[in-house]
Design a protein around this ligand. Structure first.
Ligand code: ADP
Ligand code: ZN
Length: 611
């Protein structure tokens, strides 16, 4: 007999066990990874620090204990704009969730407070600054609190790029509510953030749960940038009708790229901090609500976005660190279905990122760390081995075998002995007095007698024309990899002139062999290749489309994104299994009791109508 889902927290008493709630409320067949251990630890009243990759399933770790424990779970989240959708999704599951933030009307706010006072809430989302207001804390003093969940807990650390001073005040919760368990969650893995979370949130001896950071359903491809718009369009052509994010470094690139894509018939919207709050939130909502939309954005977009069916994340420009890259790409494929991460990077990107670090006002030891983080990302970019192995190694994990789901695994990259080429490139720099940029140096190596070459009498140099074994692309690849290697640096104050460093000496003196990656071979294939989606038997296609249409109708009626009604995976499972009764439908993943009550009849009718 199905267990009744309570409309009020007190009705969960005596609390059903977590697996029962997982099945009946969330409609999920089982826990993932560390979830079960974390959930029972928190249900028992203990503090926890949870590190899990984006899309790993952190929300369940506080949502389920909030239902099992007496009282309301207070969720601290910095992302006001997203609370609405989170609450909508929970309400679909029959959970009494609410949000309290500055976007509410006074009357709505009063209603939420009244619900809280009366003990009618299972979960309450609040922004940190509101939580720590004296009158709100007093309200909480009188409430029955199941737990505090501190989401995006790395915001307490100055080391990341998401530091929020208001997070520091959350430490006071430890004294004020000593008997309420606190669970801090983040997808940021570095040890510095981890220590800051423990210390600054006074999580003393809270148990640390460190999940694997692998996201096996995401396929990684990293490709040298040639003409990014064309590369992007080639990529998007293989992803028509899918939702995805394209990250660009600058606002101007965002605007230009979004415009170019629209002109080419792709539904694309821009998002960056220069657009004004209204346009931003309109574009974000459209992206969340509609299917098949491309959001072209700066990194201002994305934290806390929990749209589960983002099928790809493209980096049009190089991110600043492997951490940032991983966090941003992690937004793809939260639903577990195949997803793609494509990164385009060129020499200019590397030069720009290095320049940014050197220019910043940070103290030397921070600069050193930032250099290290950038270099880790560049190492992954230039590796001829498995990308996933290289990424996970950075996070301290060992993947025993190549993953088989990245560009270098699918189209193995070869390396070549670039010792001679590197020496030629370095001597081209030296012979011209370390005063010229890459274009001129390549002209010199190729023996192209441009005006500039003859004006400086560079055609008289012994290096003139010694590099015809490579073409222009080949030489740019050599210079780029020399820059990554650290043997060459770019002088920003001298119009991008290349200079050699101490690391160039062993190469020039013949003491060091250098092996570089062949760029070209794998590139085109990597952009076009795409993992097959969950295969839908041809016979199930019509039903899947009918279910999708029904879902769109329901979502419009309730003014929520489609995924809040059902994930694609749920529709695929229904279209394949063709359940004929409510009992059979209840076994479909994503079909909790509440959704069965709300939509069961409609779904069965759609299945029956499809014959
Ligand atoms: P995070 O907050 O860690 O980025 P979420 O909590 O948003 O991740 O979960 C990511 C996705 O995984 C969601 O679509 C969620 O429904 C799904 N999910 C979480 N736990 C499970 C589970 N045990 N079984 C199946 N799907 C799950
Ligand atoms: Zn691999």
């Amino acid at each position: 007999m199905p267990v009744e889902v309570a409309a009020r927290p007190t009705l969960y008493n005596p609390a059903p066990d977590a697996p029962t709630l997982l099945h009946n409320v969330f409609g999920l067949p089982g826990f993932r990874g560390e979830q079960e251990a974390i959930i029972s630890h928190v249900i028992d009243g203990n503090d926890a620090i949870v590190l899990m990759p984006t899309g790993g399933g952190k929300s369940l770790c506080y949502q389920l204990p909030s239902l099992c424990r007496d009282g309301v779970g207070i969720v601290v989240s910095p992302l006001i704009a997203l609370m609405r959708n989170q609450v909508a999704a929970l309400r679909q599951l029959g959970i009494n969730a609410a949000a309290l933030n500055s976007s509410l009307e006074p009357a709505e706010r009063a209603a939420v407070r009244a619900d809280l006072r009366a003990g009618r809430l299972d979960l309450l989302y609040v922004a940190p600054e509101r939580l720590m207001m004296p009158d709100f804390l007093e309200l909480l003093d009188g409430a029955n609190i199941a737990l505090f969940a501190i989401d995006e807990a790395h915001c307490v650390s100055q080391w990341g790029h998401d530091f929020r001073p208001e997070y520091l005040q959350l430490a006071e919760l430890a004294e004020r509510f000593p008997n309420v368990p606190r669970i801090a969650l983040t997808a940021t893995a570095d040890t510095q953030s981890r220590e800051d979370i423990r210390r600054r949130l006074r999580l003393g001896d809270a148990r640390l749960f460190l999940a694997s950071f692998d996201r096996p359903n995401i396929r990684y491809a990293i490709v040298p940038k040639a003409s990014p718009l064309r590369q992007l369009q080639t990529f998007l052509a293989a992803h028509a009708g899918e939702s995805g994010i394209v990250y660009c470094l600058s606002r101007a690139t965002v605007d230009d790229t979004a415009a170019a894509l629209n002109a080419a018939g792709v539904k694309a919207l821009p998002y960056h901090a220069g657009l004004g709050a209204q346009i931003r939130s309109r574009n974000q909502d459209a992206f969340l609500a509609e299917e098949g939309m491309v959001l072209v954005a700066t990194v201002a977009f994305g934290m806390g976005i929990d749209k589960p069916d983002i099928r790809f994340v493209v980096h049009h420009d190089l991110p600043g660190s492997l951490e940032a890259f991983y966090q941003e790409t992690g937004r793809a494929g939260r639903d577990g279905a195949p997803a793609e991460a494509l990164l385009l990077y060129g020499m200019q990107d590397i030069v720009f990122r290095r320049h940014m670090i050197e220019q910043s006002a940070s103290p030397p030891e921070i600069k050193r760390i930032e250099r290290g983080k950038l270099d880790s990302l560049l190492g992954v970019c230039e590796t001829a081995g498995c990308r996933r192995q290289a990424i996970l190694a950075h996070f301290g994990e060992t993947l025993p075998a190549p993953c088989g789901n990245c560009d270098t695994c699918n189209t193995p990259a070869s390396t070549w002995d670039a010792t001679t080429a590197a020496r030629k490139a370095l001597s081209a720099i030296l012979r011209t007095g370390q005063r010229f940029g890459i274009g001129h140096l390549v002209d010199l190596l190729l023996g192209t007698a441009t005006d500039k070459i003859t004006r400086f009498a560079h055609d008289k140099l012994p290096t003139f024309g010694v590099g015809t074994e490579l073409d222009r692309k080949g030489w740019s690849s050599v210079f780029r990899q020399l820059i990554v290697h650290g043997a060459v640096e770019v002088d920003h104050d001298a119009y991008g002139a290349l200079r050699i460093t101490n690391l160039a000496k062993p190469i020039l003196q013949g003491g060091e062999e250098i092996h570089f990656r062949h760029d070209q071979a794998a590139t085109a294939a990597a952009i076009r290749q795409k993992k097959d989606r969950v295969a839908l038997p041809p016979a199930a296609n019509a039903l899947f489309e009918a279910l999708r249409a029904e879902r769109t109708k329901l979502a419009r009626e309730q003014n929520v994104p489609s995924y809040v009604i059902f994930h694609d995976a749920t529709l695929i499972a229904i279209a394949t299994a063709r359940p004929a009764s409510l009992a059979a439908l209840a076994d479909i993943p994503g079909m909790g009791k509440s959704k069965l009550d709300r939509y069961g009849a409609t779904v069965l009718a759609t299945v029956a109508a499809a014959g």
